[in-house]
Design a protein around this ligand. Sequence first.
Ligand SMILES: [Zn+2]
Length: 137
Amino acid sequence: MEKQDRDAKRSVRGTVEVSHKKQIRNSILLATVLTAVFLVLYMTRTTSPKKVVTDGHTMKAVIQIDGKRVHTMELDKDAEYRAETADGNYNTVVVKDQSVRVEEADCKNQICVKTGAIHFPGEVIACMPHRMMIYIE
Ligand SMILES: [Zn+2]
């Protein structure tokens, strides 16, 4: 927060000193930032934690093994899926309360299990030993 304030002050001072061309560029940047802030606020307001829906599209957890989609799970339906690799290893994937997590796996490092639950697009659970990845779309 403090850092943001400092940056804001610096950019205001900078705008006064710079050339006209740079001012225009700064205005465009400011407009972009404002649009982004507005979008985030808008999405936060319309996304309730109980029901995660974007544009009437229910979010899905996509399970990939070796870069290939092997399974998709809708986040609004509690379910369990055993993702098996070609070598016979497994990750038990659980969808519950609008989120997805790896409940159990037979990998060495257990990082996928320790990652815990993910809820939003952009979040990822990876199991490197199994070349398995779960993401939300
Ligand atoms: Zn793992």
